[in-house]
Design a protein around this ligand. Sequence first.
Ligand code: GDP
Ligand code: MG
Length: 597
Amino acid sequence: DKQKLIRNFSIIAHIDHGKSTLADRLIEFTGALDKREMKEQILDNLEVERKHGITVKAQTARLEYEKDGQKYILNMIDTPGHVDFGYEVSKSLKACEGCLLVVDATQGVEAQTIANAYLAIDNDLELIPVINKIDLPSADIEKTKSEIEDALGIDAKESIEISAKSGLNIDKVVDAIIDRIPPPKGENNAPLRALVVDSWYDNYRGVVFIVRVFDGELKVGDKILVYSTKKEYDVEELGFFTPKSKKTDKLSTGEVGYVIANIKNIQDATVGDTITLAKNPTDRPFEGFQKPKPFVFAGLYPLNPEDYDDLAEALEKLQLNDASLTVEKEKSESLGFGFRCGFLGVLSMNITRERLEGEFGLDVVMTTPSVLYKVELTNGETIEISNPSELPQPTKIKAIYEPMVETEIITPAEFVGNIIKLLQDKRGQQKEILYIATDRVLIKYKVPLAEILVDFYDKLKSLSRGYASFDYEFSGFEASDLTKLIILINSKEIDSFSLIVPKEKAYRIAREVLKNLKQYIPKQLFEVRLQAKVGGKIIAKETIGALRKDVLAKCYGGDITRKKKLLEKQKEGKKKLKQLGNVGISKEAFIKLVEIK
Ligand code: GDP
Ligand code: MG
C-alpha cells in the first residue's frame, strides 16, 4: 500500500517563532532545492508566471526522503494566510495526520501557539513540539517545555530542540515526522473524496486549488463535482509542488496536490469544501463546511471621487483572491459614492486596506468598522445589519444580537490586573485564568467582537509594554442591550458617523466622538454645532466657534468694487459649505476622524 510511505503534516507557530525558516530548512534538508535554488525560488515563481505557468505558493511542498531503504513522501501543508477566526487553518489541519508545533525558546508559548495547538488537538493530530532558536543565549528550553505542558496539557518530554536558522537537529525533525505521524488510511476503491485545503486565483490559469485526497483517486480528464455548489468541472491539470510545480496524471489516496479545472471564481472552490467525481459521487462530504462569511464591515470611499472606477476595479481584483470579501455599492450623503465591504475579520480588513493603498496606489477613506448584527423585529422577522445607519427605529426592534469571540491572551503576570480591567471595560465575560509559568498567565475571556475591532490590540500592547499576545475565535451571537448613536452637525444627521453602541456606554462614546470631531473639524466661517443623539434624545453637545475672518481687513483703502466682490464671494462660500451639509469639512478631516475612533 502506497499510503504507508506518505506523511501529511503542517507547521503551526506563533508569528515569528520560525515557521518559515523551518519550512525552508526541511525543503533544503530533503534535497528538494539546493542552497542556490532556495535563493532563486522566489525569482522562479515570477518566471513561472511569466511563462504562463501557475503561481507557486511557497511552503506547500511534497518532499521526498529516503530512510531505511524506503522512499517516503512528506507533504508539508501550509496553513492559509487568513487567520481570522481560525476556520481556514482548522480546515487545512484536517488534511494532515500530524503537525509540528514550533515554539520560540526565547519567547515561550504565545497566544497563537495555543490557538493553533487547540485546532490541531480538535482535529486529533499527532502533535510534535519543536523548540526553536536554541542557538540564542536567551533561549530557555526547560521553561518553554513546562509552558507547553501547563498551557496545552501535552507531554513535552519528546519535544525536539532545534535551530531552524543553523539547521541544528533538522534530521531529528524529519525522523519524528516519519516515526511519529501516522500514515493516511484512506480507501483506494471508494468514490473520490478530496478536501479543498487552499485555493487562490492565478492570472493565467484561473482558480488553482490544493486538495488532500482522502479516498479514491483523481485523474486528469475526470469530471469533478464541487459538493457545496453541485457544479461540475473537467480536470485539466494535476500536480505537486516540490516546491517547484510538477505535473502528474493522477492524485492517489492519501496524496496532496494541486488541481486546475477551469474554475473562474474562487467562491466555487473554497477551503473546506468536498471534491468528488460527478459520475460516482461520495455520500460522505467533509463536515463543518462553511461558505466564507464576512463578520466585519466598513464603508470604503475614494479620497478623490475621480478614483471611484479605479477603486471598483481594485476591489474586484482583490475579490478574485479572497472568497470572503464582499463588495456592494453604497452611497453616503457625507462621503459620496463608495462601497460597503465585508471581511472575514479585522485582519483581513486591514490587509485589504493596505493592499488598496500599497498595490493599487489608491487613497481610501474607511468608515468606522462595524460588525454584523442580527436584529429581531417586532413583526417576527430577523434581519442582518452591517451598516449602523440602517438600524430600524427602536420601536420596531425586539432584540439585537451581536457576534462574540473567545479570546486567549498570554501575558507576563505583572500586567494581569490591567488587562482584566481592559477586558471588563470591553464587556468581557471571564472564562479562565491560568498560570502557565510562575510569571506568565493565560487569560480567556468571551468578548463582543465589536469591542476588539478598533483599538483593543493597541491598548493591550501598551498596557503590557508589548509583551501580551492575543488571538481570538468566533463563538456565536448573543443578545445585547444596544442602541444607535446618531451624530448631527448643525442639526443634520451625518450617516457615515452612525454607530451601534451598548446603551451603558452610549453617553461616554458620544462625548468621545464629539470631542474628536471638535478637534478635527477646522473652524468655519460660522458656528458649528455638534450633537449626539440616542433614541430621539440629544445626549451630548459641542460647539465650534466661528472663525472671525475679516476679509475686508486685507484690502484697506482699496477700491469699493473689489471690497464688494470679496463680500459676495464670502457669502457664496458660506452658502456652498452649508449646502454640502457637512460644514465644509475636508475629506481628509473625515478620514482623520474616522481613523481616530
Ligand atoms: P514565522 O513568522 O514563524 O514564519 O517566522 P520566521 O521563520 O520568519 O522567523 C522569524 C525570525 O526569527 C526571522 O528573523 C528568522 O531568521 C529568525 N529565526 C528563525 N529560526 C531561528 C533560529 O533557530 N535561531 C535564530 N537565532 N533565529 C531564528
Ligand atoms: Mg512566516
